[in-house]
Design a protein around this ligand. Structure first.
Ligand code: HEC
Ligand code: HEC
Ligand code: HEC
Ligand code: HEC
Length: 501
C-alpha cells in the first residue's frame, strides 16, 4: 500500500468521528430539551379536584394549588417601594405636574396613580374617578377573571355546539356582545380580580390566552397565536393586559393597534389609517393618542426579549419551599426579589444589580423630564396661536407635531419599569419627542410672528398639581388665561403667572 492510500482512510475516519459526534451532541440536545419539556409538563399536572371551565373564583383553585395560591395572594401588599416602582401608592400628578398639562381635557389630568398589585385590579377600576355613566363594559376587560366567564356565557348563543366549544372559542364569539354593553350592566357579574382563569386552562393547567383582543391582534398581523412557543406564552399571558389598546367604533371594540407592528411609529400609522384620536387636547386643540402601558411592546425591543427571557422569568421566578420547586405567583417588582429574579442568570451582587437598574432608570427619567418640559410649553405655544386667531391650516402642522411627540413620550412614560425593559428604545423615543415638540414650538413662534406678536408667550404657573389642575380647568371650561403679553385690551398677565422661556 502506498503512503497515500494508508493516509486516506484515516482522514475519512476523522470526519466520520467528527460527524458522529455532531449527531450525538445534537441527539443529546434533543433528548435534553424533551426531558426539560416533559419535566415542565410533569410539574403542570392536571388538578386533583376537578375545576369547572367557568370557575373564576381563584380561591376555588387553592385546594389543588396551595403554594401558587398563597403567593398569588401576596399581591395585596402595598408597602414595597423602589426608586421608581413598587406597590406603595405614588401620585404621578403630584410628582410630575407637567402630566396634568400633557393630559389636559381628559381623565388622566384629574387622577393618575401608580398601579398596584393584581389583588386590587377589580377594586381600583370600580372606584376610579375616571368612571362615568357612559363608560363602556370594555373597561372591565383587564380587571377580572369573571371577564372570560361572562364573555363565554354570552358567546354560547353565537356558536353551533356550545357544549363542545372551548372556553376560548366561546369568549371569542361573545366578546363583541360584551364590549357593546355599558360598564354598569356587569356590576353584579364582576366579583373576582385578575386570577387563575385568566392565564390557565382549568382542566390541564396549561397556559392559555383568555382575552380575544390579543388573538385578534395576532390575526391582524397574519399570525396565529396558537403557533407560539411555550417560552413566548410565558410573556403572552401578560400581553393580554400589559399592552397599548384602544376602543374602536360604536361598540367600543377592544383593539391592539398592531396592524403595522408594535413600535410607536407603526402604532401611529395604525391610528392615522383610522383617523383616530383618544381626545382633543383642551389647551392646544391637538388630536391626541393616550398610550396605555405598552409594557409588552417596549419589552419586545430590549436585550432580554432578544435573548428569549420572558416576563415570567423575572416577574414569576422559580421558588423552592419544602423541597418543592414551583412558579412564584407573587407578581411584583423584581427588585424586591433580585436573588430569584436576576441572580439565576447574572453573577453580580444584589447591590450591583439594583444599582445598575437604578442607573438605567435614572437616565431614562432624565430624558422623560426633558420631554415633559418641552411638551408642556408646546401645548401653551399652540394655545397662544389659537388666542391670536391663527387659521386651521396654520395650527394643524403644530398640532400634528405635538400629537407625534407626545405619543412617543407616552409610549415610554406609560410603560412600567421606567425604561428598564428597553433602555435604548426608550432613549430613542424620548429624543424624538424632544425634537418634535421643539419643532412645534418653532412653528408656533413663526405663526405668532406672522400675526405681529414677537414677545415671549406668558406661561401660566403649573409647578404644582393644584396649580396645574386650575389651569387645566380654565381651558376645559372655555375660560383660558391670556398667554399673550400686552396684546389685547385687558392684557396684563393674571397674578402669580410668570414668563418662562
Ligand atoms: C429581565 C427581567 C425583566 C423582564 C424580562 C421583564 N421585566 Fe418587568 N420589570 C423588571 C424590572 C427590573 C422592573 C423595575 C422594577 C422597579 O422599578 O421597581 C420591572 C417593572 C415592571 C412593572 C412595574 C412594576 C413596579 O413595581 O413598578 C411591570 C408592570 C412589569 N415590569 C411588567 C412586565 C411585563 C408585562 C413583562 C413582559 C412583557 C416584563 N415586565 C418583563 C424586570 C423585568
Ligand atoms: C398572570 C398569569 C397567571 C395567573 C393569574 C396565574 N398563573 Fe399560574 N402560572 C403562570 C405562569 C407563567 C406559569 C409558568 C408556567 C410554565 O412555564 O409552563 C404558571 C404555573 C402554574 C402552575 C404550574 C406549577 C408551577 O408552579 O410552576 C400552577 C399549578 C399554577 N400556575 C397555578 C395557578 C393558580 C392556582 C392560580 C390562581 C391562584 C394561577 N396559577 C394564576 C401564570 C399565571
Ligand atoms: C387580566 C389582566 C392582567 C394580566 C393577564 C396580567 N396583569 Fe399585571 N396587572 C393588571 C392590572 C389591571 C394591574 C393594575 C392593578 C391595580 O393597580 O389596581 C396590574 C398590575 C401589575 C403589576 C404591579 C403594577 C405596578 O406598576 O407596580 C405587575 C408587576 C404586573 N401587573 C405584572 C404582570 C405580569 C408579569 C403578568 C404576566 C405574568 C401580568 N401582570 C398579567 C392586569 C393584568
Ligand atoms: C434567564 C436569564 C436572565 C434573567 C432571569 C435576567 N437576565 Fe439580564 N440579561 C440576560 C442576558 C442573556 C443578557 C444579555 C447580555 C449577554 O448576553 O451577555 C442580559 C442583560 C442584562 C443587562 C445589560 C443590559 C444592556 O442593555 O446591556 C442588565 C442591566 C440586566 N440584564 C439586568 C437584569 C436584571 C435586573 C434582572 C432581574 C430583574 C435580569 N437581568 C434577569 C439574561 C437574564
Amino acid at each position: 500500500m502506498s503512503k497515500k492510500s494508508e493516509y486516506q482512510p484515516r482522514t475519512w475516519m476523522g470526519w466520520a468521528v467528527f460527524g458522529g459526534t455532531l449527531v450525538a451532541v445534537f441527539a443529546l440536545g434533543l433528548l435534553y430539551s424533551s426531558i426539560m419539556e416533559r419535566r415542565q409538563e410533569a410539574r403542570i399536572r392536571p388538578p386533583l379536584e376537578e375545576i369547572s371551565k367557568f370557575e373564576s373564583d381563584s380561591s376555588a383553585w387553592a385546594n389543588n394549588w396551595p403554594r401558587e395560591y398563597d403567593r398569588f395572594m401576596m399581591t395585596a401588599d402595598t408597602t414595597s417601594e423602589t426608586l421608581f416602582g413598587g406597590s406603595a401608592p405614588r401620585d404621578y400628578l403630584e410628582e410630575t405636574p407637567e402630566n396634568v398639562i400633557l393630559f389636559s381635557g381628559m381623565a388622566f389630568a384629574i387622577d393618575y396613580w401608580q398601579a398596584r398589585g393584581h389583588h386590587y385590579a377589580l377594586e381600583d377600576v370600580k372606584t376610579t374617578p375616571r368612571l362615568s355613566d357612559d363608560t363602556p363594559a370594555t373597561c372591565w376587560t383587564c380587571k377580572s377573571s369573571d371577564v372570560p366567564r361572562v364573555m363565554a356565557e354570552l358567546g354560547q348563543q353565537y356558536v353551533d355546539n356550545p357544549e363542545e366549544a372551548s372556553l376560548q372559542e366561546l369568549a371569542l364569539a361573545g366578546a363583541a356582545d360584551f364590549y357593546g354593553h355599558n360598564f354598569h350592566d356587569f356590576d353584579d357579574e364582576m366579583h373576582h380580580t385578575v386570577g387563575c382563569l385568566d392565564c390557565h386552562e382549568p382542566d390541564t393547567m396549561r397556559l392559555r390566552i383568555s382575552r380575544p383582543a390579543l388573538i385578534e391582534a395576532f390575526e391582524a398581523q397574519g399570525k396565529d397565536i396558537h403557533d407560539v412557543t411555550h417560552q413566548e406564552m410565558r410573556s403572552l399571558v401578560c400581553a393580554q393586559c400589559h399592552v397599548e389598546y384602544y376602543f374602536r367604533g360604536e361598540n367600543d371594540h377592544l383593539v391592539l393597534p398592531w396592524t403595522h407592528g408594535t413600535r410607536p411609529e407603526e402604532m401611529e400609522q395604525h391610528f392615522d389609517d383610522y383617523g383616530f384620536a383618544d381626545w382633543t387636547h383642551a389647551i392646544s386643540g391637538a388630536p391626541m393618542i393616550k398610550m396605555q402601558h405598552p409594557d409588552y411592546e417596549l419589552y419586545s425591543t430590549g436585550i432580554h426579549a432578544y435573548r428569549n427571557v420572558s416576563c415570567a422569568d423575572c416577574h414569576m421566578p422559580y421558588r423552592t419551599e419544602g423541597g418543592e420547586k414551583f412558579t412564584d405567583h407573587y407578581i411584583q417588582s423584581p427588585l424586591e426579589n433580585v436573588a430569584n429574579s436576576c441572580q439565576v442568570c447574572h453573577r453580580w451582587s444584589e447591590d450591583d444589580i439594583r444599582e445598575r437598574v437604578y442607573a438605567i432608570q435614572s437616565n431614562v427619567k432624565e430624558g422623560r423630564t426633558r420631554a415633559e418640559e418641552v411638551l408642556a410649553l408646546a401645548h401653551f405655544d399652540a394655545a397662544a396661536c389659537i388666542e391670536i386667531g391663527a387659521s386651521d391650516s396654520e395650527l394643524e402642522p403644530i398640532q400634528q407635531l405635538i400629537r407625534q411627540a407626545q405619543l412617543r413620550w407616552d409610549y415610554v412614560a406609560a410603560a412600567k419599569g421606567m425604561g428598564f425593559h428597553s433602555p435604548g428604545e426608550s432613549q430613542r423615543l424620548l429624543t424624538a419627542a424632544v425634537e418634535m415638540a421643539g419643532k412645534a414650538r418653532v412653528e408656533a413662534a413663526k405663526v405668532l410672528a406672522r400675526h405681529g406678536y414677537t414677545d415671549d408667550v406668558v406661561y401660566p404657573d403649573f409647578s404644582t398639581k393644584e396649580r396645574a389642575q386650575e389651569i387645566n380647568q380654565r381651558f376645559v371650561d372655555g375660560d383660558p388665561p391670556s398667554l399673550l403679553r400686552d396684546f389685547t385690551a385687558s392684557a396684563s398677565p393674571p397674578e402669580g403667572e410668570t414668563a418662562v422661556q
